[in-house]
Design a binder for this molecule. Structure first.
Ligand code: PLP
Length: 492
């Protein structure tokens, strides 16, 4: 082979040898996945991976090609059957959306275009900006705010809190780092706040001790008195209160802090107000829930997810910052090789890379944009409302059963409960429920997760699932009762 031939061969090498064959295979992939989704309820929610299957993933680097079709067969046999399960109507673990079939196709198109959303002058940038504007409108957040689609709520919280830290530190934090001041910078949130806020505080160099975890009331909302007291105490001790994080829907129970009161307090105390509305913020789409979210629009920064209660395929979250200048000042850094021009592909007013830590960014906006256009925003309001009503229905079903005990109020879409036979308590009761949950999950019938409520082990059902139907909830109750009775027989 001559050098020319070799180079020519390499130039072609990652396009298919045979375009017609790849098109056929691509069509088959789409058909297979849509077939699976169409019949998803027939299979188990989740199934354990046998040891032999896990060993499949220990083979060495495939130095020789096995071919497109064979690699796809491996996916069908060894990957697809052992999925997380959140595409199933009876998956209610943690907080996870289903993914929408149409959005999956949009994702493929975005991947085909392979646009870089760092910035520049191309249509994808306009798509992302339009998606941001639509969600400002839907959530009632000021239109002049800046924003960014992120990998999820964790990154959205990190971006919001970075802006908060830099804006309120009282010195040039970007230049001097935390060495620039003696002041202890303090962040406040309820003790129900999501772990991603702890992580953000750690990553921002403030130290875990800089997060004051404030007590909650019986509804699991932040105790405003205690919060005010903590702020004053810190000030008196010479520390510098920075920011309050309000919860719009906590992960444990779906509780809302009084966001209006928090916004007032932040005004009075001159603190940054960040809202973590990862899933609960989206309840603003539902008219009956709107009053619970009053004050969210006053946040200096707002984080929420689109891959939870907007059901988009992972990953996509969003952050808004009320004052665009604050936002840009926290992240903008333009080296020579990224100088923006006035014409051509490197032009464009605002570059997303000036609003977050990432330079290269994927086209995650397309799935959101196309799905909203295809189905309209109203359908999301309806599905979210349906999930809220389903949680209330499940709470009723739990309350009707003498053997079941509900462990928390149900303000949103989360129901925490346990199986509790007569006069069982303490550790044995926790053990029973833990084993019950594992058996339930391993049976493939349904997949709740767990949490601790006032120290008690609780089965936790979080419905961010547009495929769930009422009969799925009834089946859950039946299964829990059946497994509970079985375990009482074994453990007694
Ligand atoms: C899920 C969640 C997060 C984190 O979002 P990710 O998308 O998982 O990164 C933050 N806050 C709350 C309340 C959440 O439920």
């Amino acid at each position: 082979m001559t050098l020319d031939q070799k180079i020519d061969d390499r130039q072609k090498s990652l396009d298919p040898q045979d375009w017609t064959a790849l098109k056929q295979l691509g069509h088959r992939m789409v058909d297979d996945m849509l077939d699976l989704l169409q019949q998803i309820e027939d299979g188990p929610v989740w199934q354990p991976m046998p040891a032999a299957e896990r060993d499949f993933f220990t083979t060495p680097v495939p130095r020789q090609p096995q071919g497109e079709e064979a690699a796809y067969e491996d996916f069908l046999e060894h990957v697809l059957p052992y999925r997380m399960g959140n595409i199933h109507p009876r998956f209610w673990g943690w907080v996870m959306g289903n993914g929408i079939p149409y959005a999956m196709l949009a994702e493929m198109l975005a991947s085909g275009m392979n646009s870089n959303l760092g910035g520049g002058q191309h249509a994808a940038v306009y798509v992302e900006n339009q998606v941001l504007d639509w969600f400002k409108d839907l959530l009632g957040y000021p239109q002049q705010a800046s924003g960014l689609l992120t990998s999820g709520g964790s990154m959205a919280n990190l971006v919001g809190l970075t802006v908060a830290r830099n804006q309120r530190a009282g010195f040039d934090l970007r230049a001097q780092g935390l060495r620039g001041s003696e002041a202890d910078l303090i962040v406040y949130a309820s003790n129900q706040v999501h772990s991603s806020v702890h992580k953000a505080v750690e990553l921002l160099g403030l130290g875990r001790q800089a997060l004051r975890e404030i007590a909650v009331d019986r509804e699991y909302a932040i105790d405003l008195q205690a919060l005010r007291h903590a702020i004053h105490e810190d000030r008196a001790a010479g520390r510098r209160p920075l920011c309050v994080v309000g919860n719009a829907g906590t992960t444990n129970t779906g509780a809302f802090d009084d966001l209006q009161a928090l916004a007032d307090l932040c005004d009075q105390e001159n603190l940054w107000f960040h809202v973590d509305g990862a899933f609960g913020g989206l309840a603003a789409l539902v008219p009956e829930m709107k009053p619970r979210l009053r004050g969210m629009e006053r946040a200096h920064s707002l984080a929420f997810d689109l891959h939870k209660w907007v059901y988009m395929p992972f990953e996509v979250g969003c952050v808004f910052v009320r004052d665009e200048e604050d936002h840009r000042r926290a992240f903008s850094l333009t080296p020579d090789y990224l100088e923006h021009t006035s014409r051509g592909p490197a032009s464009g007013a605002a570059w997303f890379s000036d609003y977050g830590p990432q330079l290269t960014r994927g086209f995650r906006a397309l799935k959101v944009w196309m799905t909203l256009k295809a189905y309209g925003s109203q359908v999301f309001a309806e599905q979210i409302e349906k999930n809220i009503h389903q949680a209330r229905r499940l709470a009723e079903l739990v309350d009707q059963e003498a053997e079941l005990e509900r462990l928390a109020p149900v303000p949103l879409n989360i129901v925490c409960f346990r199986y509790r036979p007569d006069d069982w308590e303490g550790e044995t009761l926790d053990e029973l429920n833990e084993e019950l949950l594992l058996r339930l999950q391993e049976s493939g019938a349904a997949l709740p997760s767990y949490t601790k409520i006032n120290g008690h082990y609780a089965l936790r059902v979080c419905i961010t699932n547009y495929r769930t139907r009422e009969q799925d909830l009834e089946l859950l109750i039946e299964k829990v009762l059946e497994l509970g009775r079985e375990l009482v027989g074994e453990m007694d």
